[in-house]
Design a protein around this ligand. Structure first.
Ligand code: EZ4
Ligand code: CO
Length: 413
């Protein structure tokens, strides 16, 4: 027996765990766990641009530890794989651990014949408010794209536009494609111009408020590209346009930088999509330096650890705003919608609809209507993997772009 604590009857034990890598539109890594009684649970382990590192971490180091364990001991398994690793944390390790955790919650809920949110305390709300993505090469194009999302029923929209003087795809979809910046077997190199950006972005939001008024919630993502004082200036210059948030104004790992931003602007701040541990958001939360924390199921150690982060945030009046880009699989989104439905301090959920092909490989019971995601009532998290279809779409290398300044030096992308 792998653990002397195991009191599980044989039917409760994990019989098998397998990693499935598939690329229906983009790459996804999924862990499929099966118990001796035939219950199947799945978890997302996708880490954009580093997919195979997580797949190997699972295949080589976690799967051998899972077989024979009691599938019901979710917390113990989490601690065993986290503390037991000695080299704990990090995005690769936490994404792998998240997939195990999510699959075990899926199994527990299926065996209880309950939708997952019932095991997380039940509903705190009827539906989950989401924001969608609008992009454009020009301000006019972005304004039109925001209109498209309003027509689809969204009550909140993230707006990005290409910046004069820069090059590359920053924040802008390729024609006719869902926004997904990861492409190619080598990273695309883009040029970034902070000064142009800081003057251009307020013009975008002025045009959006002139066109659509103040009812629609507007968000903007800075992708870690500013210094604290530049971020302070951006926040102040956007105050007349009443943004829902600015996201990742400075590199998220420098928690105390947010003190300076906070001193200079009342524009709400969200950060944390690249962070994977409660320890990485502790100062941000306890000093109330952000309004929304963007950690999500896949990159932050699964439902067990994300709940811990959101509970800490709740103590300090900070709300959730989980990352939900298309590089997180429908398995992540499905699990996130259960947590969003259950927690008291939900803020908003990012939602970029996956392609029809992705959805056909991952059939799911959550659904979008009128600007909200509605959690399903199927047992478990309600997301499934069609392995035959998945096998038709093998892994295809894709990297996020790299940004450089005009002088050639590397900048944050
Ligand atoms: O560029 O998820 O808020 N969403 C984002 C995303 C990120 C990708 C990186 O993998 O910032 O679009
Ligand atoms: Co972001």
């Amino acid at each position: 027996m792998p653990t002397p604590l195991s009191t599980a009857s044989s039917r409760d034990r994990i019989a098998q765990a397998r990693v499935v890598v598939t690329s229906p539109t983009r790459n996804f890594v999924t862990l499929v766990v099966t118990t001796e009684d035939g219950t199947v649970g799945i978890g997302d382990a996708t880490l954009n641009g580093r997919e195979l590192a997580v797949a190997a971490y699972l295949d080589e180091h976690l799967v051998p530890l899972l077989v024979g364990r009691d599938a019901g001991r979710i917390e113990d398994t989490w601690q065993y794989l986290y503390r037991g690793a000695y080299w704990r944390g990090g995005p690769v390790g936490m994404s792998a651990l998240a997939a195990v955790d999510t699959a075990l919650w899926d199994i527990k809920a299926k065996r209880a014949d309950l939708p997952l949110h019932q095991l997380l305390g039940g509903r705190s709300r009827d539906k989950v408010r989401v924001y969608g993505h609008a992009t454009g090469e020009t301000i006019e194009e972005t304004v039109a794209d925001v209109g498209r999302l309003i027509d689809l029923g969204y009550t909140a929209v993230r707006a990005q536009t290409a910046v004069p003087g820069g090059t590359g795809t920053y924040g802008v979809s390729r024609p006719g494609e869902i926004y997904d910046p990861a492409h190619g077997s080598l990273p695309e190199e883009t040029v970034w111009d902070t000064r142009s950006y800081l003057t251009h972005v307020p013009r975008l939001f002025e045009a959006l408020r002139d066109t659509y008024g103040f009812e629609i919630a507007l968000l903007h993502d800075v992708h870690h590209r500013l210094t604290p004082i530049e971020a302070a200036r951006l926040g102040a210059s956007l105050e007349p346009y009443d943004l829902f948030w600015i996201e990742d104004p400075t590199p998220a790992e420098d928690q105390t930088a947010f003190r300076l931003i906070r001193q200079h602007t009342r524009t709400p701040i969200a950060t944390g999509e690249v962070l994977s541990s409660v320890h990485s958001v502790q100062t941000l939360i306890t000093e109330r330096l952000v309004d929304y924390v963007r950690t999500t199921v896949t990159h932050a150690g699964g439902l067990t650890h994300l709940r811990r982060i959101f509970d800490l945030a709740h103590l300090y009046g900070v709300r959730s705003g989980s990352h939900g880009a298309t590089d997180l699989s429908p398995v992540c989104l499905g699990a996130a919608v259960h947590l969003d439905t259950a927690i008291p301090n939900f803020g908003i959920q990012e939602y970029m609809a996956h392609s029809a092909l992705t959805d056909s490989v991952f059939p799911h019971s959550y659904r979008f209507a009128d600007g909200y995601l509605h959690v399903g009532e199927d047992p478990g998290h309600g997301v499934h993997l069609d392995e035959e279809k998945a096998a038709e779409h093998p892994y295809s290398p894709a990297y996020l772009p790299v940004a450089r300044l005009a002088d050639g030096s590397v900048h944050d992308w």
